[in-house]
Unconditional design. Structure first.
Length: 158
């Protein structure tokens, strides 16, 4: 009888402790991921590292996080102006990675336009698109003032 009770107690303990152990392992992995974060600590730092070509495989949790944030914030049909305003706010908050994500989405929205088949091979020419690209370059250099200026110019041109 004592042996049976002891076995049941051990099994009960495992059932209770199992999820807690799994949780602590996940927390350790998250902590390790944060410690291995690339220079810059955000998606902009990740992009710098990737441009340097010193990585065997892409490791971009910051870019993935910023993308998920943008996906979850709005519906599918967001206007270019809305993405630019979101980018402005992200720059104000100092979140350059998120601002870059919003600028990428604004540029994608502009490039995802309908056009006649005879003109499909022509490059799109737009002052707004040029300013968006210049704003992204300013973010890459962590130049907040120039990024804001370019976003403002994209908003007024569009």
């Amino acid at each position: 009888m004592k042996t049976t009770n002891l076995i049941y107690a051990a099994l009960g303990s495992l059932l209770i402790a199992g999820p807690a152990l799994a949780q602590s392992q996940m927390e350790m992995k998250d902590r390790q991921d944060r410690m291995e974060r690339p220079r810059g600590g955000d998606s902009m730092g990740e992009m710098e590292r990737e441009r340097g070509g010193n990585s065997d495989r892409p490791w971009v949790p910051g870019q993935n996080r910023d993308g998920r944030f943008a996906d979850n914030m709005r519906g599918e049909r967001v206007a270019v102006q809305d993405w630019l305003k979101e980018a402005q706010e992200a720059v104000r908050q100092g979140n350059f990675g998120r601002a870059n994500e919003f600028l990428e989405r604004a540029a994608t929205r502009m490039l995802s336009r309908g056009t006649e088949a005879s003109r499909a091979g022509e490059a799109m020419e737009s002052r707004s698109l040029r300013h968006i690209n210049d704003a992204r370059e300013a973010l890459r250099h962590r130049d907040r003032r120039e990024a804001m200026r370019q976003i403002d110019m994209a908003l007024s041109a569009g």
